[in-house]
Design a binder for this molecule. Structure first.
Ligand SMILES: *[C@@H]1O[C@H](CO)[C@@H](O)[C@H](O)[C@H]1NC(C)=O
Ligand SMILES: *[C@@H]1O[C@H](CO)[C@@H](O)[C@H](O)[C@H]1NC(C)=O
Ligand SMILES: *[C@@H]1O[C@H](CO)[C@@H](O)[C@H](O)[C@H]1NC(C)=O
Ligand SMILES: *[C@@H]1O[C@H](CO)[C@@H](O)[C@H](O)[C@H]1NC(C)=O
Ligand SMILES: *[C@@H]1O[C@H](CO)[C@@H](O)[C@H](O)[C@H]1NC(C)=O
Ligand SMILES: *[C@@H]1O[C@H](CO)[C@@H](O)[C@H](O)[C@H]1NC(C)=O
Length: 776
């Protein structure tokens, strides 16, 4: 009996469950049939009718329904490509009101169905939604804010619609968002910074819209693998990116910076297209050997620099398009090895090759110089004039700065004489006034400038663009001296007959001339017997917003070549004596001391090739850390915004940078002693060890290390002192390295010992014509 009761209860429950299931199913069926109607019975749904069990529908490429325990969780309807607008009586609101009757939908794909209208906020009632794909319809208006309520949303694809407005800030409310694709819409504005908070983002596709401006820092998107931004107005700065990228498409934008060195860490990058921008600066050779890269398109930019035929390439590289840039040198041999079926395009550069149309090298050099001139849709001639005019404006700003400096000098003097003059308004226009006054109130600085005065270098001034052009014979290739990390260098002659070296600094970011006033101010004061000093500058400006495109810095021309050529070219009679070598080392150390203690310029990364000798063989440091590079700009503005106070970490950084300079100086000392340059750190370490041993060993050991060219002239105590200071400069632990004052003292000691020996020698031998003597 109990059994029967039990059974009937069970039966009732089963019937009830089936009923609930059926009504559930029939409500879903009704909804789907309504959807079919609202979509105007598209061909892909032609087999839908009352009798279909939708949850068990055979999926095909255009229609798929997926249920979970009787509830519909996925609905995919993909119409015929090129579907036309649904009729006038279609209502997006009515359509979405029907859709939300399927509240368990996690995945919704409604592609190419002719949907038109703006997306109703009610769509957020599909609160389980994880994937929404409504590509290739005619949706217009903005992306409704209600989407931000779909906190489980992982994929949002609205490609190929007519969506307008800006990309909203509220995307940050979708922490799980992995794919955001809004290609082919008419979205505009710049991207919100909140985008960089979407840590899970793997695909960001915003191609073919009207976005513009700088991109937010995307390096925080550590999972980003696909970034597609083609055909917008992004720029000018190359985006900051994480290193997991696989696909990077930046074609057809307004990027005008250089390609950052970080690309060498993009170990997964397979596809790189930066074509049709105005990228400048040298092409990083590492691109050819990036381990995963198979597609590289840099065509139609203004990338410069020498390509070497010995560059190595990655085997995977299948498409390479370098065409229409300003590259010189030879194509990498590895690219041309034709056993690989690889497409390599490189026309319209200045490469040394008979193949594909190339320009003469001078074309690339001149164009490389002219790229600062951004003449949008204007004839070149006209833009030139405008640039000239603007560079004069730039000049005027500079003059104001200089007048400001002059004014301060005068003011200081007057204050001393306690005859205070009223302030003029001039100084108020000078944003660097405070800075100037600080430097000028530095007694050491003043004494340095005094010392400098008798050196006969003309005072700092602002040059016109015409003067620069004239000096370089319109940037003739014969005037081209080389290209360093800080831009091209040209030799020139000013009207007064003096020779100069002109450094062209291209700006990576857009700054107004005002941003540079205090840098220029500082540069104008970096004058020292042992520095290659700046004589003047000229700003060149962009036409569109008068921001600085290039700065020409005019330096004294130091005619006698590099220190390297004077220690290592033994057979050319151009070898410095031991005394001259110590003198050069003392000179460099004095230059460094000035940079550190007076100018506050660190991280100079000086190499032996950066030390030039003048007609009297006085050593002068070129390529010191000019306070104009992008990093230092960032540095300076950061310092400013944080109130400018030098806190503990600031001091620590300065210490580290000073100690790095000491190390670099130690390398130069090593090269001076050994008589040749070193390339690898390994070589340097080995020799340092050897010298370390030799110091505590005997004179024979020491002499065996020194350059044979000066072996017989250097006396042991002098050599030993030089070796000691050299080894200490190269100590691994930066804290144990000597200060620049300590270095200088030791070098001068080494010089004196050597000098005393020469003196003794002279007095004992008497005659100054002995060949030994000329060495001293
Ligand atoms: C729209 O109008 C057509 C006739 O022009 C009609 O067949 C269709 O059912 C209407 N659709 C809706 C959703 O009312
Ligand atoms: C199916 O839908 C019903 C009604 O919406 C709901 O109560 C039930 O929890 C759903 N089942 C599952 C497995 O989601
Ligand atoms: C979205 O729809 C487009 C067009 O059919 C398709 O190519 C794409 O793969 C879909 N994406 C997802 C995640 O379903
Ligand atoms: C963006 O586009 C909308 C309409 O499409 C327009 O009203 C708006 O001015 C544009 N905004 C910007 C910043 O260009
Ligand atoms: C590289 O980009 C340019 C411009 O976008 C395009 O015309 C060219 O076909 C591309 N090269 C390759 C190999 O795809
Ligand atoms: C390639 O050649 C250039 C000059 O021809 C040279 O400076 C460079 O060191 C070489 N690089 C390698 C990796 O051999």
């Amino acid at each position: 009996m109990a059994q029967v009761v039990h059974n009937s209860v069970l039966l009732v429950i089963v019937i009830l469950l089936v009923r609930i299931g059926l009504s559930q199913q029939s409500s879903q069926t009704r909804t789907l049939l309504r959807i079919q109607q609202l979509l105007n019975f598209p061909a892909v749904l032609s087999n839908w009718n009352n009798n279909i069990d939708f949850c068990n529908l055979e999926p095909d490429s255009s229609v798929t329904v997926v249920c979970y325990e009787g509830n519909m969780t996925q609905l995919h309807i993909i119409g015929k490509k090129g579907a036309v607008l649904l009729p006038r009586n279609f209502s997006m609101n009515a359509f979405v009101n029907t859709l939300v009757k399927l509240p368990d939908l996690k995945v919704l794909t409604l592609v190419s169905l002719g949907l038109w209208g703006s997306i109703p906020g009610r769509i957020a009632h599909l609160s389980s939604l994880e994937i929404l794909n409504m590509s290739s319809n005619f949706l217009y208006g903005g992306i409704p804010q209600e989407i931000s309520l779909l906190s489980g949303l992982r994929t949002l694809i609205l490609d190929g619609n007519m969506l307008a407005g800006q990309l909203p800030e509220w995307f940050r409310a979708l922490p799980l968002l992995t794919v955001l694709s809004l290609k082919h819409n008419v979205l505009n504005g710049s991207l919100p910074n909140s985008l960089s908070e979407l840590e899970n983002l793997r695909v960001l596709s915003l191609s073919h819209n009207h976005f513009y401006g700088e991109l937010p820092d995307l390096s925080t998107l550590t999972n980003l693998q696909v970034l597609e931004l083609e055909d917008n107005g992004f720029g000018p700065q190359f985006p900051q990116l994480g290193n997991k990228l696989v696909t990077l498409k930046l074609s057809r934008n307004k990027f005008r910076s250089s390609i950052p060195a970080e690309v060498n860490s993009f170990y997964q990058l397979q596809y790189l297209d930066v074509s049709l921008n105005s990228l400048v600066g040298p092409l990083p050779p590492v691109l050819f050997s990036l381990q995963s890269l198979s597609f590289l398109n840099i065509s139609r930019n203004k990338l410069t620099g020498m390509v070497f035929d010995n560059i190595s390439c990655n085997d995977e590289l299948k498409f390479v398009d370098l065409s229409s840039n300003l590259l010189t040198g030879s194509l990498p041999k590895c690219l041309l090895a034709d056993n690989k079926n690889r497409v390599v395009l490189y026309a319209r550069n200045c490469l040394v090759t008979e193949e594909q149309q190339q320009h003469p090298v001078s074309f690339c050099r001149n164009e490389a110089l002219a790229v600062g001139i951004v003449a949008e849709g204007k004839k070149k001639d006209r833009s030139r004039k405008a640039v000239l005019a603007l560079s004069i404006v730039g000049g005027v700003v500079g003059v104001i700065v200089l007048l400001g400096i002059g004014f301060f000098v005068v003011r200081r003097k007057n204050e001393k004489n306690s005859t205070k003059k009223p302030r003029t308004t001039l100084i108020i226009e000078n944003p660097s006034a405070e800075y100037t006054s600080k430097l000028f109130s530095d007694a050491r600085y003043i004494s340095q400038t005094m010392k400098f005065a008798p050196l006969g270098i003309s005072t700092y001034r602002v040059l016109s663009y015409e003067e620069i052009e004239e000096a370089t014979n319109n940037f003739d290739s014969s005037a081209f001296m080389g290209e360093g990390s800080q831009g091209q260098i040209y030799r020139g002659q000013l009207k007064d007959g003096s020779f100069v070296a002109i450094r062209c600094l291209k700006m990576k970011r857009r700054y107004s001339t005002q941003n540079f006033t205090h840098h220029i101010d500082l540069i104008s004061k970096l004058r020292h017997r042992h520095l290659v000093s700046a004589l003047g500058h000229c700003f060149e400006l962009y036409l569109d917003d008068s921001s600085v495109s290039r700065i020409f810095l005019v330096f004294e021309y130091v005619p006698n070549g590099t220190l390297k050529s004077w220690i290592s070219e033994r057979h050319s009679r151009r070898s410095l004596t031991w005394t001259q070598r110590i003198a050069a080392a003392v000179g460099i150390a004095k230059g460094l001391q000035f940079l550190h203690t007076v100018a506050g310029v660190y991280s100079n990364k000086i190499k032996i090739t950066d030390v030039l000798l003048d007609q009297n063989l006085v050593a002068k440091i070129s390529s010191y850390n000019l306070p104009l590079m992008a990093e230092s700009m960032a540095e300076v503005s950061r310092g400013k915004s944080s109130g400018g106070s030098k806190d503990h970490s600031d001091n620590e950084r300065i210490n580290q940078e000073a100690q790095a300079d000491i190390y670099d100086f130690g390398v130069i000392l090593l090269e001076i002693i050994r008589g040749r340059a070193f390339k690898s750190k390994g070589e340097i370490n080995v020799l340092r060890e050897k010298i370390q041993e030799a110091i505590s060993s005997d004179i024979v050991a020491r002499k065996s290390i020194v350059d044979p060219g000066v072996q017989n002239e250097c006396i042991d105590q002098s050599l030993k002192t030089m070796m000691e200071v050299c080894v200490r400069c190269l100590l691994k632990d930066p804290i144990t390295r000597p200060s620049i004052e300590d270095v200088l003292w030791n070098l001068q000691f080494a010089a004196q010992v050597q000098d005393a020996w020469c003196g003794e020698y002279r007095s004992s031998e008497g005659s100054p014509v002995s060949p030994k003597l000329s060495i001293c």
